[in-house]
Design a protein around this ligand. Structure first.
Ligand SMILES: Cc1cc2nc3c(=O)[nH]c(=O)nc-3n(C[C@H](O)[C@H](O)[C@H](O)COP(=O)(O)O)c2cc1C
Length: 331
C-alpha cells in the first residue's frame, strides 16, 4: 500500500492504538504482543518467548490472543477515521500488518465496539437469571466477521458438561499444570496485586467459580455432570470452530472472539472465554464428533447479564508495548 508522509500516524494516534491493543484479552493475561509503527503501517508482533507449556503447549492461545489484539487495533484505527487493509505474513514474528490511510468516519457499529474495548472484562461469575434474547444472539454471532471461523451456539449441553467435567478432574490433579497456573496468578494476590502488570488477579476468579466459568485450580469445586449441564443450559454459549489449525485460522478465531465479546459488551452483557479444556489431547476432536461441529473448536465463550461488576485485570505499561523508532526491540 502506498502512503504519503501526511498519512503517517501521529504520536497521539499511535497512543490510541497502543491503548486499544493493551486492553485485549489474552491467555493468562500474558499480553503476548508488541507493536511496531512504520509511518502509517502498524506491525502486530507475537512475543513467542511468552510460553505456557502446560496450558498452551502449541502456542495456539498465544496466537488467539494476538488475534484479539488485532481486532482492537483495527477498530481503534477505524475510530481514528482511517481506512485500513490488513496483510498477514506467512511466517516470522509479525502476525499481521495493519496498513492505514486517512479515510472517512467509522461505521456506527465499529465505533460502538471500539468504545466497548475499555469496558470489556472477563466475568467468571454466575449470570443473572434470564436468557440472552435470540435476536441479540444473532447479532453476537454476526459480529464474528471472519469467513474462516464458524461461531455457533452449541446444542447438547449435556455432552459438553460431561466433557468439561472430565477436563476439570484432569486439570485439578495435574500438579505441573497447577504450578504453571500459580506462576501466572500468585503475584497478583494481596499486597502484591498493586504492582502486578500481568496475570489473572484473585478477584477476577469470582467467588465460587464453577469449572465451566474459568480456570480450574486445585480447589475448584467439581459439580456432578447434571448440575454442570443445568448451569451451562442457563448461559449463552458460543463455540468458535475452524476447519484447520493454521496460524491464520488461530488469528481469525482470536479476532472473531474479541468482536463477539465487544458486541456483547455493547449490549450490556458480560462473559468469559474458556480454552483450558481444549488443550487436553484429543479433546477437541472428540467434542467435534460428539456435537457434530463444522470444524475444530478453538474457544468457548459464555455470556449473560452480569450481577456485579468484574474487576479490571492489570496491564503492562503502555510504553513496553511499542518498539522505539527503527528498533527491533521494545524500550
Ligand atoms: C486465547 C485466550 C484463552 C483464554 N483462556 C481462558 C480460560 O481457559 N479460562 C479463563 O477463565 N479465562 C481465559 N481467558 C481470559 C483471560 O484470562 C483474560 O482475558 C485475561 O486474564 C485478561 O483479563 P480481562 O479479560 O478481564 O481483560 C483466555 C483469553 C484468551 C484471549
Amino acid at each position: 500500500m502506498k502512503t504519503s508522509a501526511t498519512a503517517e500516524l501521529a504520536p497521539v494516534e499511535t497512543a490510541a492504538l497502543v491503548r486499544a491493543v493493551s486492553r485485549a484479552p489474552s491467555v493468562h493475561n500474558s499480553q503476548p504482543w508488541r507493536l511496531r509503527v512504520r509511518g502509517a503501517d502498524v506491525d502486530l508482533v507475537e512475543c513467542v518467548d511468552v510460553a505456557l507449556p502446560w496450558h498452551d503447549p502449541e502456542g495456539r492461545d498465544r496466537l488467539l490472543s494476538c488475534g484479539a489484539a488485532l481486532a482492537n487495533l483495527q477498530l481503534a484505527a477505524r475510530a481514528l477515521c482511517r481506512e485500513i487493509a490488513t496483510s498477514f505474513p506467512l511466517s516470522g514474528e509479525v502476525t499481521a500488518t495493519v496498513h492505514t490511510r486517512p479515510g472517512g468516519a467509522p461505521a456506527a457499529e465499529d465505533l460502538a465496539r471500539c468504545r466497548a474495548i475499555g469496558r470489556r472484562r472477563s466475568y467468571r461469575r454466575d449470570f443473572a437469571p434470564g436468557r440472552v434474547r435470540d435476536e441479540v444472539l444473532v447479532e453476537l454471532l454476526g459480529a464474528a466477521g471472519e469467513p474462516a471461523v464458524h461461531a455457533l451456539a452449541p446444542a447438547k449441553v449435556d455432552v459438553l458438561a460431561q466433557m468439561l467435567g472430565f477436563a476439570t478432574r484432569v486439570f485439578r490433579s495435574d500438579a505441573a499444570y497447577q504450578r504453571e497456573l500459580d506462576i501466572w496468578t500468585a503475584h497478583t494476590f494481596g499486597r502484591y496485586a498493586l504492582g502486578a502488570v500481568d496475570g489473572v488477579p484473585e478477584a477476577a476468579f469470582g467467588d465460587g467459580p464453577l469449572p465451566a466459568a474459568g480456570l480450574v485450580r486445585r480447589t475448584t469445586p467439581v459439580p456432578d455432570d447434571l448440575r454442570l449441564a443445568e448451569q451451562l443450559a442457563a448461559e449463552t454459549l458460543v463455540l468458535f470452530c475452524t476447519a484447520d489449525d493454521t496460524r491464520r485460522a488461530h488469528l481469525a478465531v482470536g479476532a472473531a472472539l474479541e468482536r463477539v465479546w465487544l458486541e456483547a459488551t455493547v449490549h450490556g452483557l458480560a462473559g468469559s472465554v474458556l480454552t483450558q479444556p481444549l488443550h487436553l489431547t484429543g479433546f477437541r476432536e472428540h467434542l467435534a464428533e460428539r456435537l457434530g461441529l463444522p470444524g475444530l473448536p478453538q474457544a468457548v465463550f459464555r455470556c449473560g447479564r452480569p450481577v456485579s461488576a468484574a474487576p479490571a485485570s492489570p496491564r503492562l505499561p503502555l510504553g513496553d508495548l511499542l518498539f522505539p523508532d527503527g528498533s527491533s526491540r521494545p524500550e
